[in-house]
Design a protein around this ligand. Structure first.
Ligand SMILES: Nc1ncnc2c1ncn2[C@@H]1O[C@H](COP(=O)(O)OP(=O)(O)O)[C@@H](O)[C@H]1O
Ligand SMILES: [Mg+2]
Length: 326
């Protein structure tokens, strides 16, 4: 890892209008991402965790301009790219690539693997030796060159994810946004893909935004982790610090929900209770107050800000200090 920032997200908000009636009038907004800030250094992996629907994918999509930012700023290195037009974005397009949970839906089923990987090569480097590059990227992703003439449906889930990775690599990116890349895979295959991503990071100096819905997956790849709830970051810390000293009640509940094989290591903390509120009807004050065992009047009144409570450890909770002492 170096000290150079490759990605900076500042107070990012992504809202989806909710339309009703014949006139399709906007009657409200789903605040999918509601003021999120974080940075990623060159060669670093920032893990993003939180229950389904908390806005993780939307953050990734906003960074690669698949969704417009409602407010806030996105920087690639020193360049602000938040509202760049399609043409202005062109020099930055290749730098950040997104890979998805279900590569099958992001790989064109009617294209051979060779063509899937050739597409970005031809687009970004028209003069390249396409066949040589396809072979090289397949190999980097751990696939044999015999795969070239086959179609995505002929592969297993893990191999399809490798095709998605090879396609992303063909753009020669600096940042990869991996959106739950192993969530749909068998546990044994998960670690193979994680190890592949780690090796590629070492060899190519890639930076990752690694998205997952539970803490067990991000642990093995992240340098730092951000915990999200209903569009907001609740806690950010290095992986080691977050595992040793989780301060936010939501993070603690997430840990309590992770299945741990050794019963002696099981935490005494309460696992998550109740349903996640609808993002259309977010509770006032702290968004977690309706499910938090420690919520008080203050939590129902005032939104806690993400504050620095230790070296690189940030938490958004009015009571983190009291809980910690208990
Ligand atoms: N295109 C869209 N239009 C309207 N609402 C959306 C759209 N995409 C996502 N949402 C909503 O935004 C919230 C966050 O979604 P998402 O980013 O996919 O969450 P996650 O990836 O954490 O599961 C959810 O409530 C989801 O229903
Ligand atoms: Mg998602």
């Amino acid at each position: 890892m170096t000290d150079q920032l490759v990605l900076k997200v500042e107070d990012l908000k992504v809202y989806f209008p909710v339309k009703k009636g014949l006139l399709k009038r906007t009657v409200g907004h789903v605040k999918a991402v509601d003021g999120v800030s974080f940075e990623i250094k060159q060669g670093e992996t920032f893990g993003l965790v939180g229950e389904s629907g908390c806005g993780k994918t939307t953050i990734g999509k906003a960074i690669v301009h698949l969704e417009p930012a409602f407010a806030g700023k996105i920087y690639y290195k020193e360049q602000e790219i938040t509202n760049l037009s399609e043409a202005e974005m062109r020099p930055y397009r290749a730098t950040t690539q997104m890979i998805f949970q279900d590569p099958y839906s992001s790989l064109n089923p009617r294209m051979t693997v060779a063509n899937i990987i050739a597409e970005p090569i031809r687009f970004h480097r028209p003069d390249a030796d396409v066949t040589a590059e396809i072979t090289a990227y397949l190999e980097m992703a751990g696939l044999r060159k015999e795969c070239m003439l086959r179609y995505p449906h002929e592969f297993s889930g893990g191999q399809r994810q490798r095709i998605g990775i090879a396609r992303a690599l063909a753009c020669r990116p600096e940042i990869i946004i991996a959106d739950e890349p192993v969530s749909a895979l068998d546990v044994s295959i998960q670690s193979q893909i994680i190890n592949l991503l780690k090796r590629l990071q070492r060899e190519l100096g890639l930076s990752y935004l690694f998205i997952a819905h539970d803490l067990s997956v991000v642990k093995h790849i992240s340098d730092r982790i951000g915990v999200m709830y209903l569009g907001c970051l609740m806690e950010v810390a290095t992986t080691k610090e977050l595992y040793n000293n989780p301060l936010h009640p939501y993070t603690q509940a997430l840990f309590a929900s992770v299945p741990i094989p050794d019963p002696r290591k099981r935490s005494a903390k309460v696992p998550l209770q109740g349903e996640i509120p609808s993002p259309l009807n977010v509770p006032p004050g702290c968004k977690f107050q309706t499910r938090c065992p420690y919520a008080t009047e203050l939590c129902r009144d005032r939104v806690p800000q993400l504050e620095q409570v230790g070296d690189g450890h940030l938490v958004a909770c009015h009571h983190w200090n009291n809980l910690h002492k208990k």
